[in-house]
Ligand binder design. Sequence first.
Ligand code: UT7
Length: 331
Amino acid sequence: MQNSKIVGTGSYCPELVLTNKDLERIVDTSDDWITKRTGIKERRIAKDGQFTSDLAAAAAREALAMAGLKASDLDLIVVGTVTPDRQFPSCACTVQHKIGANNAAAMDVSAGCSGFVYALSVAHNAIRCGASKYALVVGSEVLSAVTNWQDRGTCVLLGDGAGAVVLGPAEKDTGIRSIKLKSDGAFGDLLYSVDDNITRPVPSLPERHNHTKPFYLVMDGNRTFKKAVQCLEEIALATLEEAKVGVDELALVVPHQANLRIINALAQRLGLPEEKVYVTIQKYGNTSSATIPVALHEANTSGLLRPRDKLLLVTFGAGLTWGGSLVDWAA
Ligand code: UT7
């Protein structure tokens, strides 16, 4: 069975910057609290009329250009998102149309902040089994559209952005060496959306916040934090074990960027030095499924990645969902 490898990366984060100081004028918070408790200094916000598919298409074009491929070379598009432009058609189909990928099948994957790694798994397995040759995988979010701007516990964390990779065929034992995915719906009450338009009342989910929008996000931050650290460590070790790669062989870890303290706790548990963990949270906040591909593209274009470097992608999000991938950088 052949393997898949990343042949191009891209990202797009909107130009509009919302700083912690700006947030001090919106909710009862401070730059000091946000910086110390999360590591975030600023985040990007999409402008009116700029949708998840627009961000995704911009990131996709960049990834295709790096891969030296045309949009028509793609036979699969998988978009991980919790903020699609609309319920249907899928964001992936809209992206397909925007970039002109007229030979591709397109679908969305909903897996919270783990959306990118889940989408990567779908595309990777399609290439492995020969159903696909070149696949576009995107994580894209306009979280500002589902943010409760009266809830200081969540609104300071979130941002908008998109990242993309193009996958192509690879020799066995190079490229994506392992992907592990896990979910546990029993913890769905930690992080969920309230949608007045379509959600029926679910007795087990506490409605703790005032409604400011018909659709918004609710999180029990403290419990989510503890589960995140535990799940990230577990999946990191399982992903490494499946690929038969030791922690000491890793060149870089690209974790989901939800909180700098979560990232540091993971690094400490794995015994990883700070310089081996890629961090972008200070600039973009938590962009859900976009954090990993945005960070990966930045690491790639900064010249940090060398052929045969071992990279670990690890993520955690609503669902609960969590996942990891060991990438043997073959680009
Ligand atoms: O993307 C995947 C899922 N997301 C995550 O993994 C995020 C996980 N959770 C977190 O990152 C952290 O739990 C938060 C950053 C959300 C909160 O940090 P914390 O250290 O867990 O704070 P806390 O919720 O325990 O709250 C501590 C205090 C509370 O005040 P009292 O009750 O001690 O007086 C909060 O009301 O901090 C208060 N607080 C704030 N103060 C200023 C909460 N948010 C803010 C804020 N500014 N923005």
